[in-house]
Ligand binder design. Structure first.
Ligand code: P6P
Length: 335
């Protein structure tokens, strides 16, 4: 039996790979791991302690907030604030970014952008949900207050990104730009243990993942590509939780699409805390991530914190095939 490697141990060991590393990013990643364990504990017993049900408040987009949304958001903010490495956070649950005062004389050289509990509408029906996070180096001077510009950076500037999937088991998957690794939580010792080393996405897979219910609302090129997937007898797998849907694709291959619809003309998913971190991870595993205008997700220059984007992400060969359909059928294809 191979030796257990905990998340902490792995992060510290990998820090040595970065000659310039001074431990702040290591500390920040470890703090995120701690917050994930705290949130996991509540997610796992959500049905038991009446933490379900809709919190009185609504999030920044007017969507009813589940109590667990609020709990997860609060816990991650608390851990990040006390880490001393983080100068501020932007969250799906908050309209504006949250600056942190210097903590124990540390001002923090990083900012974190997160979706504390993505797919939270699934909680009440016991379907897996996830946390998504992206870490950037702040661009304002450390002795100055952070600004919106610290958060409106293209995905290429991420120094780290990851997700936690609270599923049949709880797994944390992250990258710092040197490959992708997965850590499964062992509740008996309360540690995330290395379970999936150097994850590589298959070049193609036998699943496609899209909300087929919107088929008639998709543009022609999307409908023709979905018809093509059906002709290939690909399996349709769609959980309605981005982390879960993409996690499957990361391991088994496949393609996830959230195109524009009449309801979401710019796409539904959020660029900064859903598309960018998932795109960084999938690209680091050998996959591709574009929008329906065939722009690389990581190169999009953000204009606002809660900006939406369309996304096509997954196995490289399948994303390339999708591009051929855009070329062939899109009325506006100009790439
Ligand atoms: P739809 C969850 O609310 C979420 O933000 C993603 O996790 C998921 O992929 C998507 O929305 C599901 O959206 O419109 O298919 O229900």
């Amino acid at each position: 039996m191979s030796r257990i490697v905990t998340l902490d141990e792995f992060i510290i060991k990998r820090q040595k790979d970065f000659s310039y590393a001074t431990g702040e990013l290591t500390g920040l990643l470890r703090d995120i791991g701690v917050a994930s364990k705290i949130v996991n504990r509540e997610v796992n017993k959500a049905g038991l302690v009446n933490i379900l049900g809709v919190e009185g408040s609504a999030n920044t987009h007017g969507e009813a907030q589940q109590k667990l949304d609020v709990y997860a958001n609060d816990k991650f903010i608390e851990c990040l604030k006390n880490s001393g490495e983080c100068a501020g956070v932007a969250s799906e649950e908050n309209e504006e970014f949250i600056p942190f005062p210097a903590f124990e004389s540390k001002s923090g050289k990083y900012v974190v952008i997160m979706d504390p509990l993505d797919g939270s509408s699934n909680i009440d029906v016991n379907v897996s949900v996830g946390t998504i996070f992206a870490i950037y180096r702040r661009i304002t001077e450390e002795d100055q207050p952070i600004e919106l510009s610290d958060f409106l950076q293209p995905g290429l500037k991420q120094v780290a990104a990851g997700y936690v999937l609270y599923g049949t088991s709880t797994i944390l998957v992250y990258t710092t730009g040197r490959g992708v690794n997965g850590f499964t939580l062992d509740p008996s010792i309360g540690e995330f243990c290395l379970s999936h080393r150097d994850i590589k996405i298959p070049n193609r897979g036998s699943y496609y993942s899209v909300n087929q219910g919107y088929y008639l609302k998709f543009d022609l090129e999307m409908r023709r590509y979905i018809d093509y997937c059906c002709d290939l007898n690909l399996g349709l797998r769609y959980i309605g939780s981005m982390v879960s849907d993409i996690h499957r694709i990361l391991f088994q291959g496949g393609i996830f699409l959230y195109p524009n619809t009449r309801k979401y003309p710019a796409g539904k998913l959020r660029l900064l805390y859903e598309c960018n971190p998932m795109a960084f991870i999938v690209e680091q595993a050998g996959g591709k991530a574009i929008n329906t205008q065939i722009d690389r997700i990581l190169e999009i220059e953000p204009k606002e914190l809660h900006q939406r984007s369309t996304i096509v992400i997954g196995s490289p060969d399948m994303v390339d095939e999708m591009i051929q359909f855009v070329d062939k059928y899109s009325a506006v294809s100009s790439h």
